[in-house]
Design a protein around this ligand. Structure first.
Ligand code: NAD
Ligand code: ZN
Length: 256
Protein backbone atom coordinates (compact mmCIF):
# COMPACT_ATOMS: atom_id res chain seq x y z
CA UNK A 1 0.00 0.00 0.00
CA UNK A 2 1.36 3.44 -0.90
CA UNK A 3 1.81 6.13 1.71
CA UNK A 4 -1.08 8.12 0.22
CA UNK A 5 -3.41 5.13 0.27
CA UNK A 6 -2.55 4.44 3.90
CA UNK A 7 -3.18 8.07 4.85
CA UNK A 8 -6.47 8.18 2.93
CA UNK A 9 -7.58 4.99 4.64
CA UNK A 10 -6.85 6.48 8.02
CA UNK A 11 -8.71 9.72 7.21
CA UNK A 12 -11.76 7.78 6.07
CA UNK A 13 -11.69 5.61 9.16
CA UNK A 14 -11.40 8.55 11.54
CA UNK A 15 -13.92 10.84 9.80
CA UNK A 16 -17.21 11.53 11.54
CA UNK A 17 -19.15 11.83 8.28
CA UNK A 18 -18.20 10.98 4.70
CA UNK A 19 -19.75 11.79 1.34
CA UNK A 20 -18.73 9.56 -1.56
CA UNK A 21 -19.21 11.16 -4.98
CA UNK A 22 -18.95 8.79 -7.92
CA UNK A 23 -18.99 9.20 -11.70
CA UNK A 24 -18.87 7.02 -14.77
CA UNK A 25 -15.34 5.81 -13.95
CA UNK A 26 -16.58 3.69 -11.04
CA UNK A 27 -18.64 1.66 -13.51
CA UNK A 28 -16.03 1.51 -16.27
CA UNK A 29 -14.78 -1.88 -15.18
CA UNK A 30 -18.29 -3.25 -15.03
CA UNK A 31 -18.29 -2.65 -18.80
CA UNK A 32 -20.41 0.54 -18.82
CA UNK A 33 -18.73 3.03 -21.17
CA UNK A 34 -17.80 6.44 -19.76
CA UNK A 35 -18.88 9.56 -21.65
CA UNK A 36 -15.48 11.11 -22.08
CA UNK A 37 -12.07 9.49 -22.38
CA UNK A 38 -11.10 6.44 -24.48
CA UNK A 39 -14.15 4.51 -25.65
CA UNK A 40 -16.37 7.30 -24.28
CA UNK A 41 -19.97 7.40 -25.47
CA UNK A 42 -19.77 11.00 -26.64
CA UNK A 43 -17.11 10.04 -29.19
CA UNK A 44 -19.67 7.97 -31.07
CA UNK A 45 -22.85 9.89 -30.38
CA UNK A 46 -23.66 13.57 -30.32
CA UNK A 47 -25.25 14.53 -27.03
CA UNK A 48 -27.26 17.31 -28.62
CA UNK A 49 -28.91 14.71 -30.86
CA UNK A 50 -29.78 12.36 -28.03
CA UNK A 51 -29.67 13.65 -24.47
CA UNK A 52 -31.70 16.85 -24.52
CA UNK A 53 -35.42 17.62 -24.18
CA UNK A 54 -35.29 19.21 -27.64
CA UNK A 55 -33.96 15.97 -29.14
CA UNK A 56 -36.80 14.04 -27.51
CA UNK A 57 -39.39 16.52 -28.82
CA UNK A 58 -37.86 16.30 -32.30
CA UNK A 59 -37.30 12.56 -32.57
CA UNK A 60 -38.46 10.54 -29.55
CA UNK A 61 -37.99 7.29 -31.43
CA UNK A 62 -34.26 7.92 -31.96
CA UNK A 63 -33.77 8.96 -28.33
CA UNK A 64 -35.63 5.88 -27.06
CA UNK A 65 -33.61 3.64 -29.38
CA UNK A 66 -30.42 4.90 -27.74
CA UNK A 67 -31.76 4.55 -24.20
CA UNK A 68 -33.20 1.10 -24.88
CA UNK A 69 -29.74 0.08 -26.07
CA UNK A 70 -28.13 1.55 -22.94
CA UNK A 71 -30.63 -0.29 -20.73
CA UNK A 72 -29.74 -3.57 -22.42
CA UNK A 73 -26.06 -2.79 -22.02
CA UNK A 74 -26.39 -2.00 -18.31
CA UNK A 75 -28.60 -5.04 -17.64
CA UNK A 76 -25.76 -7.22 -18.92
CA UNK A 77 -23.27 -5.58 -16.51
CA UNK A 78 -22.78 -6.33 -12.84
CA UNK A 79 -21.58 -4.23 -9.90
CA UNK A 80 -17.80 -4.47 -9.49
CA UNK A 81 -15.57 -4.60 -6.41
CA UNK A 82 -15.74 -0.81 -5.96
CA UNK A 83 -19.58 -0.75 -5.95
CA UNK A 84 -19.63 -3.76 -3.65
CA UNK A 85 -17.21 -2.41 -1.07
CA UNK A 86 -18.93 1.01 -1.04
CA UNK A 87 -22.30 -0.68 -0.52
CA UNK A 88 -21.00 -2.83 2.34
CA UNK A 89 -19.45 0.21 3.95
CA UNK A 90 -22.54 2.42 3.64
CA UNK A 91 -24.73 -0.39 4.91
CA UNK A 92 -22.70 -0.88 8.05
CA UNK A 93 -21.60 2.66 8.76
CA UNK A 94 -24.25 5.32 9.23
CA UNK A 95 -21.68 8.04 8.57
CA UNK A 96 -21.53 7.36 4.81
CA UNK A 97 -23.70 8.92 2.08
CA UNK A 98 -23.16 7.79 -1.50
CA UNK A 99 -23.98 10.38 -4.17
CA UNK A 100 -23.67 9.32 -7.78
CA UNK A 101 -23.88 11.01 -11.15
CA UNK A 102 -24.34 7.61 -12.73
CA UNK A 103 -27.64 6.50 -14.13
CA UNK A 104 -26.73 2.81 -14.42
CA UNK A 105 -28.26 1.62 -11.12
CA UNK A 106 -25.13 -0.39 -10.21
CA UNK A 107 -24.68 1.18 -6.75
CA UNK A 108 -28.30 0.33 -5.93
CA UNK A 109 -27.86 -3.24 -7.20
CA UNK A 110 -24.76 -3.65 -5.03
CA UNK A 111 -26.68 -2.24 -2.04
CA UNK A 112 -29.50 -4.78 -2.45
CA UNK A 113 -27.03 -7.65 -2.73
CA UNK A 114 -25.11 -6.43 0.34
CA UNK A 115 -28.33 -6.15 2.36
CA UNK A 116 -29.56 -9.62 1.38
CA UNK A 117 -32.98 -9.93 2.98
CA UNK A 118 -32.32 -6.89 5.15
CA UNK A 119 -33.02 -3.21 4.53
CA UNK A 120 -30.77 -1.72 1.82
CA UNK A 121 -32.03 1.84 2.34
CA UNK A 122 -28.94 3.31 3.94
CA UNK A 123 -26.64 2.02 1.20
CA UNK A 124 -28.82 3.28 -1.66
CA UNK A 125 -27.18 6.19 -3.48
CA UNK A 126 -28.55 9.66 -4.04
CA UNK A 127 -28.86 9.58 -7.85
CA UNK A 128 -28.50 13.23 -8.81
CA UNK A 129 -28.83 12.57 -12.55
CA UNK A 130 -31.70 10.10 -12.23
CA UNK A 131 -31.76 6.50 -13.38
CA UNK A 132 -31.83 4.71 -16.71
CA UNK A 133 -33.84 2.03 -15.00
CA UNK A 134 -36.92 4.13 -14.36
CA UNK A 135 -39.47 5.81 -16.65
CA UNK A 136 -41.03 9.24 -16.21
CA UNK A 137 -44.00 10.74 -18.00
CA UNK A 138 -43.08 13.67 -20.24
CA UNK A 139 -46.54 15.12 -19.54
CA UNK A 140 -47.50 14.63 -15.89
CA UNK A 141 -44.02 13.71 -14.53
CA UNK A 142 -45.25 10.48 -12.88
CA UNK A 143 -42.40 8.03 -12.30
CA UNK A 144 -42.82 4.34 -13.01
CA UNK A 145 -40.99 1.03 -13.33
CA UNK A 146 -39.33 0.74 -16.74
CA UNK A 147 -41.34 -0.90 -19.50
CA UNK A 148 -39.83 -2.82 -22.39
CA UNK A 149 -39.52 -0.29 -25.17
CA UNK A 150 -40.27 -1.06 -28.79
CA UNK A 151 -38.50 1.77 -30.64
CA UNK A 152 -39.12 0.47 -34.15
CA UNK A 153 -41.57 3.31 -34.85
CA UNK A 154 -42.95 6.35 -33.06
CA UNK A 155 -46.34 4.61 -32.82
CA UNK A 156 -44.93 1.83 -30.62
CA UNK A 157 -43.26 4.09 -28.03
CA UNK A 158 -44.53 3.70 -24.46
CA UNK A 159 -47.17 6.12 -23.13
CA UNK A 160 -48.33 7.14 -19.69
CA UNK A 161 -51.33 5.15 -18.46
CA UNK A 162 -52.65 8.24 -16.64
CA UNK A 163 -52.39 11.05 -19.16
CA UNK A 164 -51.38 9.42 -22.45
CA UNK A 165 -48.20 11.49 -22.97
CA UNK A 166 -44.99 9.76 -24.05
CA UNK A 167 -42.90 8.12 -21.35
CA UNK A 168 -39.20 8.99 -21.26
CA UNK A 169 -36.26 7.66 -19.29
CA UNK A 170 -36.02 9.28 -15.82
CA UNK A 171 -32.59 10.79 -16.42
CA UNK A 172 -31.52 14.42 -16.33
CA UNK A 173 -30.76 15.66 -19.82
CA UNK A 174 -28.50 18.53 -20.83
CA UNK A 175 -30.19 21.82 -20.04
CA UNK A 176 -32.60 20.28 -17.51
CA UNK A 177 -32.87 21.00 -13.80
CA UNK A 178 -31.78 18.36 -11.33
CA UNK A 179 -34.30 16.90 -8.88
CA UNK A 180 -34.46 19.38 -6.00
CA UNK A 181 -34.80 16.75 -3.30
CA UNK A 182 -31.75 14.83 -4.54
CA UNK A 183 -29.67 18.00 -4.79
CA UNK A 184 -30.67 19.08 -1.29
CA UNK A 185 -29.67 15.69 0.15
CA UNK A 186 -26.35 15.72 -1.68
CA UNK A 187 -25.62 19.27 -0.65
CA UNK A 188 -26.39 18.54 3.00
CA UNK A 189 -24.12 15.50 2.92
CA UNK A 190 -21.31 17.53 1.33
CA UNK A 191 -21.67 20.41 3.77
CA UNK A 192 -21.53 18.19 6.85
CA UNK A 193 -18.81 15.76 5.72
CA UNK A 194 -15.31 15.65 7.13
CA UNK A 195 -14.17 13.87 3.99
CA UNK A 196 -15.45 13.84 0.41
CA UNK A 197 -14.21 10.73 -1.41
CA UNK A 198 -14.45 11.33 -5.17
CA UNK A 199 -14.25 8.28 -7.40
CA UNK A 200 -14.15 8.17 -11.21
CA UNK A 201 -15.54 11.51 -12.20
CA UNK A 202 -13.98 14.01 -14.56
CA UNK A 203 -15.53 16.67 -12.30
CA UNK A 204 -16.73 18.74 -15.23
CA UNK A 205 -20.47 18.47 -14.83
CA UNK A 206 -21.99 20.93 -12.40
CA UNK A 207 -23.47 21.07 -9.85
CA UNK A 208 -22.21 17.60 -8.84
CA UNK A 209 -18.65 18.72 -9.34
CA UNK A 210 -19.21 21.49 -6.80
CA UNK A 211 -19.94 19.07 -3.96
CA UNK A 212 -16.29 18.40 -3.10
CA UNK A 213 -15.69 22.15 -3.05
CA UNK A 214 -18.58 22.51 -0.63
CA UNK A 215 -16.99 19.96 1.73
CA UNK A 216 -13.72 21.78 1.48
CA UNK A 217 -15.25 25.19 2.10
CA UNK A 218 -16.69 23.81 5.37
CA UNK A 219 -13.26 22.66 6.49
CA UNK A 220 -13.43 19.07 5.23
CA UNK A 221 -10.97 17.22 3.00
CA UNK A 222 -11.18 15.81 -0.51
CA UNK A 223 -9.71 12.46 -1.49
CA UNK A 224 -9.72 11.61 -5.18
CA UNK A 225 -9.43 8.24 -6.92
CA UNK A 226 -8.95 8.48 -10.67
CA UNK A 227 -6.36 7.13 -13.14
CA UNK A 228 -6.17 10.63 -14.66
CA UNK A 229 -5.63 14.10 -13.30
CA UNK A 230 -8.86 16.17 -13.12
CA UNK A 231 -9.75 19.76 -12.21
CA UNK A 232 -10.33 18.47 -8.65
CA UNK A 233 -6.82 17.14 -8.28
CA UNK A 234 -5.44 20.47 -7.15
CA UNK A 235 -8.00 20.87 -4.36
CA UNK A 236 -7.66 17.27 -3.19
CA UNK A 237 -5.72 16.58 0.00
CA UNK A 238 -4.84 13.20 -1.46
CA UNK A 239 -5.15 12.16 -5.08
CA UNK A 240 -4.68 8.47 -5.79
CA UNK A 241 -3.93 7.60 -9.40
CA UNK A 242 -5.56 4.26 -9.89
CA UNK A 243 -8.60 2.31 -10.98
CA UNK A 244 -11.64 2.25 -8.72
CA UNK A 245 -11.75 -1.56 -8.46
CA UNK A 246 -8.18 -1.69 -7.22
CA UNK A 247 -8.12 1.32 -4.93
CA UNK A 248 -11.58 1.61 -3.35
CA UNK A 249 -11.75 -1.79 -1.61
CA UNK A 250 -8.34 -1.13 -0.04
CA UNK A 251 -9.41 2.29 1.23
CA UNK A 252 -12.52 1.19 3.03
CA UNK A 253 -12.02 -0.20 6.46
CA UNK A 254 -15.32 -1.08 7.96
CA UNK A 255 -16.18 0.96 11.04
CA UNK A 256 -19.44 0.90 12.93
P1 NAD B 1 -16.90 11.14 -17.42
O1 NAD B 1 -17.16 10.12 -18.48
O2 NAD B 1 -16.88 12.56 -17.77
O3 NAD B 1 -15.48 10.84 -16.75
C1 NAD B 1 -15.13 9.58 -16.32
C2 NAD B 1 -13.96 9.71 -15.35
O4 NAD B 1 -13.67 8.42 -14.84
C3 NAD B 1 -12.68 10.25 -15.98
O5 NAD B 1 -12.12 11.23 -15.14
C4 NAD B 1 -11.77 9.02 -16.04
O6 NAD B 1 -10.40 9.35 -15.90
C5 NAD B 1 -12.27 8.22 -14.86
N1 NAD B 1 -12.05 6.78 -14.96
C6 NAD B 1 -11.99 6.02 -16.08
N2 NAD B 1 -11.78 4.74 -15.75
C7 NAD B 1 -11.74 4.69 -14.39
C8 NAD B 1 -11.55 3.64 -13.44
N3 NAD B 1 -11.40 2.38 -13.84
N4 NAD B 1 -11.56 3.96 -12.14
C9 NAD B 1 -11.71 5.24 -11.71
N5 NAD B 1 -11.89 6.27 -12.57
C10 NAD B 1 -11.91 6.00 -13.89
O7 NAD B 1 -17.90 10.81 -16.25
P2 NAD B 1 -18.61 11.73 -15.24
O8 NAD B 1 -17.66 12.68 -14.61
O9 NAD B 1 -19.44 10.85 -14.37
O10 NAD B 1 -19.54 12.53 -16.26
C11 NAD B 1 -20.63 12.95 -15.93
C12 NAD B 1 -21.88 12.49 -16.74
O11 NAD B 1 -21.85 11.29 -17.48
C13 NAD B 1 -22.89 12.26 -15.70
O12 NAD B 1 -23.92 13.12 -15.99
C14 NAD B 1 -23.39 10.83 -15.81
O13 NAD B 1 -24.78 10.80 -15.59
C15 NAD B 1 -23.04 10.50 -17.20
N6 NAD B 1 -22.69 9.07 -17.45
C16 NAD B 1 -23.11 8.05 -16.67
C17 NAD B 1 -22.71 6.75 -16.94
C18 NAD B 1 -23.17 5.65 -16.03
O14 NAD B 1 -24.26 5.72 -15.47
N7 NAD B 1 -22.33 4.62 -15.81
C19 NAD B 1 -21.89 6.47 -18.01
C20 NAD B 1 -21.47 7.53 -18.81
C21 NAD B 1 -21.87 8.83 -18.50
ZN1 ZN C 1 -48.60 11.20 -17.57
Amino acid sequence: MSEDTGRARQLLRDAGAVIVLTGAGVSAESGVPTFRGPGGLWKEFRPDELATPEAFARDPRLVWEWYAWRRTLVAACAPNAAHRSLAEWALHSRKVTIVTQNVDGLHARAARVAAGNGDAAHALPVEVHGSLLRDRCSGCDARSEPVTVDATSSATLPRCTRCGALLRPDVVWFGEMLDEGAVAKADRAAATADVCLVVGTSALVHPAALLPLRTRAQGGLVIEVNPEETPLTRVAEISIRGRAVEVVPVLLVRTA
